[in-house]
Write a protein that binds this ligand. Structure first.
Ligand SMILES: Nc1ncnc2c1ncn2[C@@H]1O[C@H](COP(=O)(O)OP(=O)(O)O)[C@@H](O)[C@H]1O
Ligand SMILES: [Mg+2]
Length: 263
């Protein structure tokens, strides 16, 4: 198969991006797919979660001229094993924040081109990108544009809707772009409803609003709120190591099946 890039993005923190990126990447690897997880968040949450050392891999990817062979080799050599079969990581560090300044002025296609030149010819099936929230719109926009599939995780609360709607509109605008060099060729794979609480009015109302805005087909999950997630992050375990029979694992399995079916 051709390599597919999956980006997890939402401008809000606490939306479930890192949880979803780590769980989806490790889940695809658990199913035998070769996966590279790129940690584009300066907080390096993915690297910390998986018990890996922080490193400047993301910074190098974003800032160096990878058209030069030795540089490309150097960035490739920063990919490390997650100590799990089929799962590799390009770790991040606080230096990723400073890469954002260097990116301004670069075309929106920059990140996809760099990733493609480094990683598309190997045996990688999926590249999963965890993004950072907050100010670095430029980086997040490039990470979305780089995606074949965009997943927008969102906490199931009214306060999260603005962030979701804004990203939804951004994605629509990117698709409708007239300039052929700027038009986005990927698609929104879905809105991943996270921390859903069945029977709780605010949860039910939020879900109904998201369906109204984005359609039923766009909904992934919902993933119920579960203590398990905080525990596994603290213990450095993926969902598939912590409890592959849990409701959370069943919910994420449905998402993995959708991804595999489409690609
Ligand atoms: N379904 C869930 N139920 C309960 N806690 C969750 C769930 N999903 C994520 N969390 C927790 O919520 C916090 C924020 O999630 P995280 O994935 O780090 O969000 P983001 O990367 O968008 O900032 C983390 O502590 C995580 O363990
Ligand atoms: Mg995060």
């Amino acid at each position: 198969m051709t390599t597919k890039i999956i980006t997890l993005a939402n401008r809000k923190g606490g939306a479930g991006k890192t949880t979803a990126a780590t769980t989806i990447a490790s889940g695809l690897a658990f199913r035998g797919k070769n996966v590279l997880l790129i940690d584009l968040d300066g907080q390096a949450s993915v690297s910390r979660w998986l018990g890996l050392v922080r490193d400047d891999g993301a910074f190098a990817l974003l800032t160096l001229d990878v058209s030069k062979k030795p540089v490309a080799e150097m960035v490739r050599s920063m990919v490390i094993s997650s100590r799990r079969d089929h799962l590799y990581v390009l770790p991040g560090s606080e230096k990723t924040y400073s890469a954002v300044n260097i990116l301004s002025g670069k075309p929106i296609s920059h990140l996809r081109k760099v990733i493609a030149s480094l990683f598309f010819r190997g045996s990688i099936d999926y590249i999963v990108i965890d993004t950072q929230p907050g100010e670095s719109f430029e980086l997040q926009t490039m990470a979305i544009w780089a995606a074949d599939y965009l997943i927008i995780p969102t906490a199931c609360a009214q306060s999260s809707l603005d962030g979701l709607y804004s990203l939804w509109e951004t994605a629509k605008r990117m698709k409708a772009e007239i300039d052929p060099d700027r038009v986005w060729h990927g698609a929104v794979l879905g809105v991943l409803i996270n921390e859903y609480e069945q029977g709780k009015t605010t949860s039910e109302e939020t879900l109904a609003r998201v369906i109204e805005k984005c359609s039923q087909e766009a909904i992934m999950g919902p993933i119920h709120r579960a203590q398990l997630f905080k525990q596994m992050e603290g213990q450095g375990l993926t969902l598939w190591e912590k409890d592959p029979k849990s409701r959370a694992a069943q919910e994420y399995n449905a998402i993995l099946s959708k991804i595999i079916r489409l690609s």
